[in-house]
Design a protein around this ligand. Structure first.
Ligand code: ADP
Length: 502
């Protein structure tokens, strides 16, 4: 749907934001263009229309932003703020986001293609919850006081304790699938710990980060504490993560780019957290009600149009109920209304971009070429925008590309299993290890299976359920470190040992 005809569906604040079209970046408390003057077009994936342009940051802009973050970290009001003051600012920001929740949801829908209703409940709702949760940690950062022995210094006495100190300037580089939520997953613990930040949203979805920047200013964060630069990975992301004055990189995105970032970070001994790709299994045991399992499996893969790093993209069902579950998932897929995200009835929106659409479709074609059977979907849509029908494929085997590689679209592969002893090995037969779900009410079987699954999260009778208090991240090539929970906060803190001879 063209923006002109969708305007009546948008709040006044959203139209006011979009009417600005010529957005700037936030560096050192000021809204600025890129030094080069270059700009990037922002496209609505539901209509292929350019809805805004943003600055295309490059090395010089990265330099300004990192220096601003460095100054704010070393001097100025930020390092002098008490934990309770950081907490108060973060809670105020959460309130401001809540006040603009509908606008954020609409912007996210136009920028990313996702459902505005889902964005309101999930993306914006989680951003608010995570900020509030992380604000709470600011006043609870603590070291330990330890009685030491130092046996080789008989008679000496010491007072020994550890201090937790903010790691410093944090570079946050995030993907396009949950733009606001990803930004806050990382901003929350960074600010709570007392760090300063340079945030680079994905080039496809920069708008909610810029709106967030306005609220960061309104909340009263000192200049330079949060800097937001827009630009692509090559010209803005790469110089940012390589900058010697950056102390930590927090990245969510592809495993390929994550590895590049990890290598670059190690050169400077920059700390890093990488939340990367996935190929998460959904395992349905034979005691399961097929209807419940099918609804769960459909939600696990089709939520956010499959553009979820922990999407349940490999379905393994016990052979006793395989045909029934797969037929039900296929029926759900066929019946999911497809359309733009401002339509409350729409359940499947467009993919993020034409390259992503082509990539997903080429995976479907490769599956068919390698002998898989298409049970549902498989086609692009005639609508303008980057739509592909939710797709279910069976007759698959572990050597197929569609079983091995992350597709990042609404494509499910389904395979039967017979022996419970095989299933952990099959589930783990992937370089990834982000999530997995087990569907069963057999407590004993479930609890025997959980320790065998090599994944950062195992869900039982649910999938992709995330909470601010539960750490989220990957085993194996799905990443290093954790977002969310106390584990995340810890990764924005250094530990300093203090030993005082008394
Ligand atoms: P996707 O394949 O989902 O687009 P990417 O891993 O390519 O995910 O991108 C995720 C984020 O990483 C985006 O913000 C992108 O601009 C950024 N990025 C891409 N390449 C690099 C790079 N070489 N260095 C730093 N950031 C990068």
């Amino acid at each position: 749907m063209e923006l002109a005809s969708a305007r009546h569906l948008l709040s006044a604040q959203t139209t006011e934001f979009l009417d600005r079209t010529h957005h700037q970046m936030l560096i050192d408390g000021a809204w600025v263009p890129a030094a080069s003057g270059a700009r990037i077009e922002v496209i609505n994936p539901a209509s292929e229309e350019v809805i805004a342009t943003v600055p295309a940051a490059a090395t010089q802009d990265v330099e300004h932003a990192v220096q601003a973050a460095r100054r704010a970290f070393e001097s100025g009001p930020w390092p002098k703020l008490k934990p309770v003051d950081r907490q108060r600012l973060m809670l105020k920001l959460a309130d401001l986001i809540e006040g603009q929740a509908q606008t954020f949801a609409e912007i996210e829908s136009l920028d990313n293609g996702k459902s505005a209703a889902i964005a309101l409940a999930v993306d914006v709702g989680q951003a608010i919850d995570v900020l509030r949760y992380m604000a709470g940690w600011a006043t609870k950062i603590e070291g330990t006081c330890t009685q030491v022995s130092v046996p080789y210094m008989p008679g000496a006495e010491f007072l020994s304790y550890t201090r937790r100190e903010a790691v410093g300037v944090v570079a946050i580089v995030i993907p396009w699938n949950f733009p606001l939520m990803m930004a806050v997953w990382k901003l929350g613990p960074a600010l709570s710990a007392g760090c300063t930040v340079v945030l680079k949203p994905a080039e496809q979805t920069p708008l909610s980060a810029l709106m967030l920047g306005e609220l960061i200013q309104q909340a009263g964060f000192p200049p330079g504490v949060v800097n937001i630069i827009t630009g692509d990975g090559r010209h803005a992301g790469a110089p940012l993560v390589r900058h010697p004055s950056v102390n930590k990189v927090s990245f969510t995105g592809s495993t390929e780019v994550g590895k590049l970032i990890g290598h670059a970070a190690v050169d400077n001994m920059t700390r890093f957290t990488l939340e990367l790709g996935g190929k998460s299994p959904v395992i349905v045991l034979d005691d399961c009600d097929p209807t419940t399992a099918a609804a769960g499996a459909a939600q696990a893969i089709f939520f956010n149009h499959g553009q979820v790093c922990c999407a349940g993209s490999r379905l393994y069902v016990h052979k006793k109920i395989f045909d029934r579950v797969v037929a039900d998932v296929a029926l759900i897929a066929e019946q999911m209304p497809m359309g733009h995200g401002l339509d409350p009835a729409s359940q499947i929106g467009p993919l993020i971009s034409r390259p992503q659409l082509d990539r997903v479709c080429s995976y479907i074609e490769s599956g068919i070429e390698q002998g898989a059977t298409l049970i549902a979907g498989g086609q692009r849509s005639d609508l303008p925008g980057y739509y592909v029908r939710p797709t279910v494929m069976a007759n698959v085997n572990p050597s197929m590309r569609i079983m091995k590689e992350e597709i990042f679209g609404p494509v499910l592969t389904a395979m039967p299993f017979d022996d419970l002893d095989d299933i952990a090995a099959w589930a783990n037969d992937t370089p990834y290890g982000l999530g997995a779900s087990i569907w069963s009410n057999n407590l004993s079987k479930v609890n025997r299976l959980i320790p065998k699954i090599k994944a950062g999260t195992v869900w039982v009778n649910c999938h992709s359920v995330l909470d601010p208090a539960m750490p989220f991240g990957g085993y194996k090539q799905s990443g290093i470190g954790r977002d969310l929970g106390k584990a995340s906060l810890e990764s924005y803190l250094e530990t300093k040992s203090v030993i005082i001879a008394v």
